[in-house]
Design a protein around this ligand. Structure first.
Ligand SMILES: Nc1ncnc2c1ncn2[C@@H]1O[C@H](COP(=O)(O)OP(=O)(O)O)[C@@H](O)[C@H]1O
Ligand SMILES: [Mg+2]
Length: 377
């Protein structure tokens, strides 16, 4: 439905330093195919190029290099009104002097849709965003959430093939925002319109998206489903941006046909199947999610278990985060001390099983160790 093919967008650097490239690449060879009816999120830190990518699709801006396709047609040189896409902005951009109904009907009027048909579609759109009865109000007589819905109705009333949404929920308070996330996702499923949604909030992206394109410095770091990005991050940036995790850079200590042994923190043996790490690899970056670390008071049997001290206990409602320090034995130099975070269900005040200051046993299952990056020298 939408394709960016090797798209670049450069600007003159705002304050180039001597010797620095005077050209700044807001988009650096971005390629992306978005399916019809898909909810795709462009996610990434502020300044990574999300809005710029959206402007390439809407036609509000043109690429320095590369092409944009919508529905198989090359639209790279076409103005916004010939693309059948519509956009909802962070600031809503409603006309303050027009009523809700006039705001919503504005685009239809531009398209010379006849008055009774305009009214019918305006009412239908208001119904869709759960705002019936407010058509004669002005924007300043509405709450933030209601304004957001009007902006959405205004975009939907033109029946675009593709709806572009640039951080549309960021001005709403947390509770309303969570409700709107679910509503918006339901609406998208119901209408079957392709949504390209921009956010810097990874939780929001996880809740709503069919797929996420995680961006960093003008490039797509990884494109995949929510599960792909969470469980199979391909770079350190992805592993640390999506959710909480423990990252360790471990030298490869030894390997045989069956197993490869890593040195966690340079000291503690962690054994993985040989197939997990390529034979030439000298060092690996691994990610272990906090909720995957098993803890108990009794020793574990087998491999990959460690004695740890609970250094901190952080209440997080349904779960407790525990900061664990690998119990140093006499031979461990202080500089080699290793910490990791685990997440355990919160059993309530009476039944808390593991406390701050406890010495407990931790086990890490090889399947829960994600090899993120491998270094050969
Ligand atoms: N018109 C412009 N002129 C110069 N630099 C720009 C322009 N538009 C965006 N940029 C720069 O491009 C980068 C990406 O911007 P943007 O796409 O708005 O990021 P995001 O939406 O991810 O926060 C930023 O560093 C921004 O300063
Ligand atoms: Mg932006």
């Amino acid at each position: 439905m939408v394709e960016l093919r090797d798209v670049c967008k450069s600007f003159p650097h705002p304050s180039p330093k001597p010797g620095q490239d005077p050209i700044f690449r807001a988009l650096d060879h971005v390629s992306l195919e978005i399916q019809g009816g898909e909810f795709l999120t462009l996610l990434g830190p502020s300044g990574c190029g999300k809005t710029t990518a959206l402007r390439m699709i809407s036609g509000l801006d043109t690429p320095t290099a590369g092409q944009v396709f919508i529905n198989g047609t090359d639209v790279t040189g076409l103005p916004p009104y010939r693309r059948n896409v519509n956009q909802v902005f962070q600031s809503y951009a409603l006309f303050p002097h027009l009523t809700v109904s006039d705001n919503i009907e504005f685009g239809l009027e531009m398209q010379k849709v006849e008055a009774s048909e305009r009214k019918r579609r305006m009412l239908e759109a208001l119904d869709l965003v759960s705002l019936p009865g407010l058509e004669s109000r002005k924007p300043d007589q509405l709450s933030g959430g209601q304004r957001q819905r009007v902006a959405l109705a205004r975009a939907l009333v033109c029946r675009p093939n593709v709806l572009l949404l640039d951080e549309p929920l960021s001005a709403l308070d947390a509770k309303l925002r969570q409700n709107m996330q679910i509503e918006l996702k339901n609406l998208q499923t119901k209408l079957g319109i392709t949504f390209v949604f921009v956010t810097h909030d990874q939780e929001e992206a996880l809740v709503m998206s069919d797929r996420i394109a995680l961006m960093n410095r003008g490039k797509i770091e990884q494109l995949g489903t929510v599960d792909d990005l969470y469980y199979k991050p391909k770079t350190q940036f992805v592993a640390s941006f999506i959710g909480e995790t423990n990252l360790f850079l471990c030298p490869v200590a030894s390997r045989n046909q069956e197993f490869v042994t890593l040195k966690l923190g340079g000291v503690h043996d962690l054994r993985l199947p040989a197939s997990a790490v390529e034979s030439r690899t000298k060092e690996v970056l691994i990610s272990i999610r906090p909720e995957k670390i098993q803890l108990q008071h009794k020793p574990f049997s087998g491999h990959n278990h460690f004695t740890v001290m609970v250094e901190e206990e952080i209440f997080k409602g349904p779960s407790d985060a525990l900061i664990l320090q690998f119990h140093p034995d006499a031979s461990t130099p202080l500089t080699r001390q290793v910490r990791m975070q685990s997440l355990v269900p919160n059993f309530g005040t009476d039944q808390q099983v593991i406390h701050r200051g406890d010495k407990v046993y931790a086990k890490i299952h090889p399947d829960d160790v994600v090899v993120v990056e491998e270094k050969t020298d």
